[in-house]
Design a binder for this molecule. Structure first.
Ligand SMILES: Cc1ncc(COP(=O)(O)O)c(C=O)c1O
Length: 353
């Protein structure tokens, strides 16, 4: 607290990211990073960028990166917005497109940054409860609103929503923006990108942090009608002209262009996930259906907080959420390598013995 703070700062409740431990040799399954490194083409592009040209500002419009993203998704470059991680993109989305006189709607259990942006930009919102299976029921969103946002698959539940349901939601909400946050879409969830040319009220956000193994580079993007993109560019150019530095642009272009490496990595993660789910179910865990690179799971008799603490004693960190209480029995576990899965299973066997 300080007398020097602006009024709004006193009331902020900032987002708390998952721990980035300083200790080595931990099995880190707590922040949904990819266990595999980025494409070798990304590393080569980053090395080539370490040059004299760093004295110059990067391209403020990131035109080459937008072209590479548009090309990958078969869209036009003016349908692409890029930012410093999808968190920054989302922040601009909240300010540019989701602040209206009616409340913004999002699930009660979802990415916990959404209410934080609402606090920062003073956006009224209504949290819509997930149903008893922890699923999004689109009929619950059948009410006047100033926009709708949720991740698909949802986080931290990992459950995907079918594209027909998203399309039905878009049909019913032609006068508000529907944002689908596809941070984890590449691990087995159907993308809404192919609806973009049909629905001018649809905005899809994606990130290079997860499926493209580049959480450390900080690149995310939004795809949608050019008028939605223009609103984001207006906010960005009123905030920071250069959110994508020279390394980020070079590395991200290389990542978008190496589809084979990315598809191969996703396949490996999905195979490891599906094998892990079977093993956990055999050990009396309930695992929610996952379309992501993480799972949300609870043991039939043991407590989520207790298991999280015990796993840490075995040098394995996973994420546990205390609120709301109906998710307290669960743990969110990122899918690691096969070897990390084995370590997780052995630790759980020892804990449950
Ligand atoms: C649902 C969801 N959206 C967006 C993000 C932001 O990702 P990034 O800022 O790394 O692109 C995350 C990060 O964990 C997430 O879980």
């Amino acid at each position: 607290m300080s007398q020097f703070w602006s009024d709004i700062v006193h009331g902020l409740t900032p987002y708390v990211p998952g721990e980035q431990p300083k200790l080595e040799n931990l099995v880190k399954l707590n922040t949904n990073e990819n266990p595999y490194g980025p494409s070798p083409r990304v590393i080569a592009a980053l090395k080539a960028e370490a040059a004299d040209s760093l004295r110059l500002y990067p391209d403020p419009n990131s035109d080459r990166l937008k072209a590479a993203i548009a090309d990958y998704h078969s869209l036009q470059p003016n349908q692409v917005f890029v930012g410093n991680g999808s968190d920054e993109v989302l922040a601009h989305v909240f300010q540019a497109l989701l602040k209206h006189s009616r409340p913004l709607l999002f699930p009660d259990i979802t990415y916990s940054f959404y209410p934080v942006y609402c606090g920062l930009y003073e956006i009224e919102f209504e949290a819509i409860p997930l149903d008893r299976y922890f699923e999004i029921n689109i009929h619950d969103y059948d009410k006047p609103n100033g926009g709708i946002i949720f991740p698909n698959p949802n986080a931290p539940t990992s459950i995907p929503l079918e594209l027909e349901k998203i399309e039905a939601l878009l049909e019913k909400n032609k006068y508000s923006v529907v944002v689908i946050d596809e941070a984890y879409v590449d691990f087995g969830t159907e993308s809404a990108v192919r609806l973009i040319n049909t629905y001018p009220n649809l905005l899809v956000t994606q990130t290079l942090s997860k499926a493209r193994s580049l959480a450390g580079l900080r690149v995310g993007y939004a795809l949608g009608h050019k008028d939605l993109i223009e609103a984001l560019i207006r906010v960005k150019d009123s905030f920071n002209s250069y959110p994508i530095d020279r390394f980020a642009e070079a590395g991200a272009i290389a990542a978008m262009q190496d589809a084979d490496y990315f598809e191969d990595t996703c396949r490996k993660v999905v195979a490891t996930r599906d094998a892990l789910v079977k093993r956990l179910e055999a050990m009396n865990f309930v695992v929610l259906p996952s379309g992501a690179n993480f799972i949300f799971t609870k043991h039939k008799t043991r407590d989520g907080a207790e298991l999280t603490a015990k796993l840490r004693e075995h040098s394995i960190i996973v994420r546990h959420f205390k609120n709301p209480t109906r998710i307290a029995p669960y743990m969110r576990i990122t899918i690691g390598t096969e070897q990390q899965s084995e370590q997780l299973i052995s630790a759980l066997e020892a804990i449950l013995r």
